[in-house]
Ligand binder design. Sequence first.
Ligand SMILES: NC(=O)c1ccc[n+]([C@@H]2O[C@H](COP(=O)([O-])OP(=O)(O)OC[C@H]3O[C@@H](n4cnc5c(N)ncnc54)[C@H](O)[C@@H]3O)[C@@H](O)[C@H]2O)c1
Length: 387
Amino acid sequence: MESNKNLVLVGMMGSGKTLIGKLISKQTKLKFIDIDNKIEEKEKMKIAEIFKKKGEKYFRECEEEITLSCLKGEKQILSLGGGAYINTNIRKECKKSSFSFWLNWKKDIIIKRINGSKKRPLAMTLSETDLERLINERAKIVHIGTNIISKLRNIIKKNKLSFSKCLIVIDSKIPKKFRTLLLRNLKNQKIYTLNFSANEKNKSNLSIDKIHNVLFKNNFYREDCIISFGGGITGDVVGYAASTFKRGIKFINIPSTLLAQVDSSIGGKTGINNKFGKNLIGSFYQPDLVISDINLLRTLPKREIICGYAEILKSTLIDSKKNFIFLDKNFNKILNLKGNFIINAILNSCLLKKKIIEKDEKEKNLRKSLNLGHTFAHAYEASLGYS
Ligand SMILES: NC(=O)c1ccc[n+]([C@@H]2O[C@H](COP(=O)([O-])OP(=O)(O)OC[C@H]3O[C@@H](n4cnc5c(N)ncnc54)[C@H](O)[C@@H]3O)[C@@H](O)[C@H]2O)c1
């Protein structure tokens, strides 16, 4: 290793970071540090004990402090705990000071290795289904960037998401240039398209039927894929259609409004309206991929950008004064979709949602906090007939 950067090995528990780190250390004579061991040394307790006595939040704080100080030290090889890479500060520092490698294994191999392990505190408390969900959550990445639709083929490949046939449901207001770009990037697959007019009246069983009928007519199976290309309305409808077609087909969400990029595409809520109220019928169904391309936002009416900004601002009230101040100070740059400002605003909002949803996916308690303001707003919308 000629460069001055660290080598960081990241991966789920059981992915072999320690073994591989030690082997590379032997070859390169660079020091190998296992962050979990460092934490145990500092706390004079095993990780499982720290989880039990002081809780996961405390563990994550120690993990951040120790990892950041190691990353800033002399050049070395580091093994990062499975959850550490979710932490934004750690990821930023890794980007600056290290080459990072994600050790990716097939789900069933990891599950076999770690299930019931006494050394791994999370594994001890989780069932096989929960472990599988955790692996999926950590492996799954929401991709945010400018012009990333043009990288879609690579992103699909990297995420090992294979399908030979897909139906793209497209919001009819999305400009033609974006459709062309998307279709060009999926040219290896057999593509079907369906135009969708995004309004609350179309968040209905009729729309679900229309989507399902196209899938049946063209012999789609669970291994095939549905892509939602539109705002929150399109995503909610297409997600619900995906979750109910043959009990679940692959699903990619390409949110095209700011609100959808920061909120509705994250967390797996799908749904349609009913005469008794909004979003009353639906499912929790996590997409296989979310691709948030900033360029799509440039053709949105200003009003829609303001709606999305309001959602981001509202969600910081739940969790982060620091992010609230950032949004308040930079609102002009964010509303004008300026480079890093808009990306930061979207990323922070997604991370907040992710943090809450990981703890309470099915909205039994904590996730309800994300609904701040919804009860009043949904009732108001229903009273106006969603017009
Ligand atoms: N599932 C969830 O967790 C969740 C969370 C929040 C909101 N929602 C739902 O999301 C919906 C609102 O989403 P929304 O605000 O994105 O509304 P939307 O989907 O109606 O989109 C807003 C408008 O922008 C147009 N549009 C979309 N992309 C465009 C583009 N790139 N260029 C130009 N025009 C474009 C649409 O046609 C529409 O007219 C509501 O139904 C709400 O219930 C769901």
